[in-house]
Write a protein that binds this ligand. Structure first.
Ligand SMILES: [Cu+2]
Length: 156
């Protein structure tokens, strides 16, 4: 095989293709593009009677990634406010819930959202929820990724 003393155009093209694969030589990835998707099982919004403006969202969040996924926000068009919440029992044995700045889904693990533990609350429902209707929620992580989930409205 002859060797080219100067770069052959085909080699330049190959070099350009290789460079394009190197970090820093390609356009910045879109937020979340390289992150494994968060998956959700049994997502559900608790149906509430007409007139009740607040409800909860439960389900099991799974993180297939190798790093913990720290969720720092939640939004929905169905309510004025959506909040990440924790349930804690204090030293006196009193149990209550509180807003939290973050919920963490462990690497390769899951986070169960339930009425006795961590959960999402929707405050100020904009319209009465009908059973069977689906509510879209968007979770935000601390790396700027977003994760959309669809949660049907079900009776508690
Ligand atoms: Cu709550």
């Amino acid at each position: 095989m002859p060797q080219f003393p100067t770069p052959h155009p085909a080699r330049l093209a190959l070099l350009a293709a290789v460079l394009a694969l190197l970090p820093g030589c390609r356009p910045a990835p879109q937020a979340g593009a390289a992150r494994p998707a968060l998956t959700v099982q049994a997502a559900r919004v608790v149906a509430v009677p007409p007139g009740v403006k607040d409800t909860s969202v439960f389900g099991t969040l799974r993180n297939p990634g190798a790093r913990p996924l720290r969720l720092t926000g939640v939004q929905t068009g169905a309510a004025d406010h959506a909040m990440l919440m924790v349930t804690r029992t204090d030293a006196r044995g009193l149990t209550g819930m509180a807003v939290t700045g973050a919920l963490t889904v462990p690497a390769g693990g899951e986070l169960v959202l339930s009425d006795t533990g961590d959960h999402i609350m929707l405050m100020g429902l904009r319209a009465p929820l009908r059973e069977g209707e689906t509510v879209a929620l968007t979770l935000t992580d601390d790396a700027g990724g977003t994760h959309t989930l669809q949660a049907p409205v079900v009776k508690p």
